[in-house]
Design a protein around this ligand. Structure first.
Ligand SMILES: Cc1cc2nc3c(=O)[nH]c(=O)nc-3n(C[C@H](O)[C@H](O)[C@H](O)COP(=O)(O)OP(=O)(O)OC[C@H]3O[C@@H](n4cnc5c(N)ncnc54)[C@H](O)[C@@H]3O)c2cc1C
Length: 219
């Protein structure tokens, strides 16, 4: 669709140090898990992309965003309250689940966990190994939803379970799932580094799917 739809905000809550979960009224269109929407701001140029964090059949359209205090759109989003509306355009994007029957390795930094949540909520029972890299333990949002998968959290600035470690350090030495499809989402530096490590570990570039969110240092 090309005209934004004004969707009502049903819930807006913090989920980490600087991340927030928006639950919006379900639009009159459907989406595939892993697709995104464009959210509008005060000016036409303010719109930004966000992966839909809810499942294909969920009752709400969810987004998880990290507040960038000097940013254009996220400070505007932060002011929104339940009952307000947001201009939503979508769905877009091709970072969708390729083959649910394969072993999946999903590597996410920060809010890059959103498509993984959408995959699992849409297709429960995936053979999924999840690496989630964040800065602080409080940023390991939605941990309780990943109980059924092989979940590996990593914190780069404060210890989690006594260990301070980057996701990519673990990727160098971990036991990989057999012949996996790999999904990489979040900070572009993680994606570049992970691709290099995975190539060195014999994973074909054809089996790696990527969704970079932003371009700057990722911790
Ligand atoms: C395909 C796609 C999907 C995306 N999905 C999500 C999502 O689900 N959740 C989400 O939070 N963001 C997502 N983003 C990033 C989002 O579109 C915005 O760029 C981000 O929210 C910042 O918007 P802003 O207008 O507040 O900041 P801007 O004014 O656009 O940017 C200010 C500065 O902050 C940097 N920046 C942007 N995002 C981050 C970040 N997370 N951490 C550190 N620095 C950052 C930018 O590179 C820029 O230098 C996605 C981006 C793309 C391309």
């Amino acid at each position: 669709m090309t005209t934004p739809q004004a969707l009502r905000l049903l819930e807006h809550r913090p989920v980490g140090r600087d991340a927030f979960h928006l639950k919006l009224q379900r639009p009159d269109w459907t989406w595939k898990a892993g697709q995104l929407v464009s959210l509008g701001g005060k000016q036409p140029n303010d719109q930004r992309d966000y992966t839909i964090a809810s499942g294909e059949n969920d009752e709400t359209l969810d987004v998880i965003y990290r507040l960038i205090p000097h940013g254009i759109l996220t400070p505007y989003l932060r002011e929104k309250k339940a009952g307000d509306t947001l201009d939503v355009l979508g769905p877009y994007g091709r970072f969708t689940l390729r083959d649910p029957s394969r072993n999946i390795l999903f590597c996410a930094t920060g809010t890059g966990i959103a498509p993984c949540r959408a995959f699992l909520r849409s297709t429960p029972g995936l053979s999924l190994t999840l690496f989630h890299g964040v800065r602080y333990p409080e940023d390991l949002y939605f941990q309780d939803e990943f109980q059924s998968v092989d979940y590996h959290p990593f914190c780069s600035r404060e210890p989690y379970d006594g260990v301070t470690r980057r996701l990519t350090e673990a990727l160098r030495t971990c036991i990989l799932p057999e012949d996996p499809d790999v999904y990489l989402c979040g900070a572009n530096e993680m994606i570049y580094e992970a691709e290099e490590i995975l190539a060195g570990r014999g994973i074909s570039a054809k089996r790696i799917f990527k969704e970079p969110y932003y371009y700057r240092a990722w911790d």
